[in-house]
Design a protein around this ligand. Structure first.
Ligand SMILES: C[S@@+](CC[C@H](N)C(=O)[O-])C[C@H]1O[C@@H](n2cnc3c(N)ncnc32)[C@H](O)[C@@H]1O
Length: 355
């Protein structure tokens, strides 16, 4: 059996079972079978493949952008125990089987215990990178389209050592874009919408798809964290909510407040973007988002699906099936992406548009 007989998958702590169901489904779709080992609350799980070579095939044949609950992934072997006195040599000893890599990242579980490894991880990555450049395992000038050596650190002596593809994995360590909370935003959920843009809209398209002067509807907008992001991009926003909107946002002159039911609201004219953060049944919100895109009320939609306590993965599948059926009935091609964002809690965020 080759060293690379596992996938290590990171997820939000408490969503290990959802991530397990998802990777099992995604792998089965490309003819890869295996079993998961996980402990709830650890923020990661292992998918053990049955067939030699299948873990490497998984990160090649499955598109990372289609994964919802999985924040980051890598191909690896057993968890390695390294000697405290000379960790780097122990790691170098197993790199013989590795494909060429461009750079090294060290990551750790996004849990209270895991985050204690952050400083060690950062320092260790720097020391290891230097050594691996000296030994020519890593190039002096990395390309951006090869493999990335990945260390997933559980403690100073226990770590998974593997690799992933730079272009088919999360572009940020731990799958978490670093965003700063803007002091003037009226609610913490503001970062959800900003993070959604980072995942769903390529940065070089922001100026056309989130263009200055374009229009948006924010359903369930109060107090205005998402509206704040739209206003910051100089967009004109209709904020739909019975609750009060932040006064500074209203004073911007870019916001119209409509005290109406989000599920009945129809815009006077088509808008560029619809966003929705209403807490309601996920299938109801999925149907409403499909209405907006099918009717041409918006060019693209970003909406949150609030998940139930149980059967969360099944609920997500039910919602994506509802959207698929709606577009199939209309004979319209569409693009749907979904992700459980770092700033999401018991929810996922979706992006829907025509193609
Ligand atoms: C999670 S909060 C939205 C927070 C907002 N995105 C922000 O960043 O400040 C959900 C909002 O949806 C509103 N809401 C719930 N059901 C609604 C409905 N049927 N129509 C309109 N607004 C609704 C609530 O009043 C609440 O303000």
């Amino acid at each position: 059996m080759t060293y690379f007989n596992r996938l290590l998958l990171q997820c939000r702590s408490g969503f290990e079972k959802e991530a397990a169901a998802e990777i099992t489904d995604q792998c089965a779709n490309v003819g890869i079978y295996g079993y998961c080992t996980l402990n709830e609350g650890e923020g990661y799980l292992i998918f053990n493949v049955q067939q030699s070579g299948d873990a490497e095939r998984a990160i090649r044949d499955i598109s990372f952008s289609e994964l919802i609950f999985i924040r980051q992934w890598l191909v690896c072997g057993d968890c390695q125990t390294v000697a405290k006195e000379d960790r780097i040599s122990d790691i170098q000893n197993i790199l013989g089987d590795f494909p060429p890599c461009e750079e090294v990242w060290t990551e750790y579980p996004d849990t209270t215990d895991g985050r204690e490894m952050a400083t060690f991880s950062r320092k260790f990555a720097s020391a290891l990178s230097q050594k691996l450049k000296q030994s020519a395992f890593l190039p002096k000038k990395p390309r951006r389209s090869g493999n990335r050596l990945m260390l997933f650190v559980l403690s100073g002596c226990q770590m998974y050592v593997g690799y992933t593809q730079q272009k088919n994995s999360a572009p940020w360590p731990l799958g978490v874009p670093r965003l700063k909370f803007p002091k003037s935003a009226p609610s913490r959920s503001t970062l959800k919408l900003e993070e959604a843009w980072h995942w769903f809209i390529p940065k070089d398209e922001w100026d056309t798809r989130l263009a200055h002067g374009s229009t948006a509807v924010d359903l369930g907008a109060a107090p205005g964290g998402w509206t704040w992001q739209l206003v910051k991009r100089s967009m004109f926003v209709t904020a739909v909510d019975n609750g009060p909107m932040n006064e500074d946002l209203m004073a911007s002159g870019q916001v119209t407040h409509a005290t109406e039911d989000a599920y009945r609201f129809v815009p006077d004219a088509p808008v560029n973007l619809m966003v929705c953060d209403v807490v309601d049944k996920p299938v109801k919100t999925a149907n409403m988002a499909a209405d907006w895109v099918i009717q041409g009320w918006c060019q693209e939609a970003i909406f949150n699906l609030k998940l139930p306590m149980k059967q969360r993965y099944q609920e997500v599948v039910a919602c994506t099936n509802v959207i698929a059926e709606r577009f199939m009935q209309e004979g319209i091609a569409y693009e749907l992406s979904a992700k459980q964002l770092y700033h999401d809690r018991e929810e996922i965020t979706c992006h829907l548009r025509l193609i």
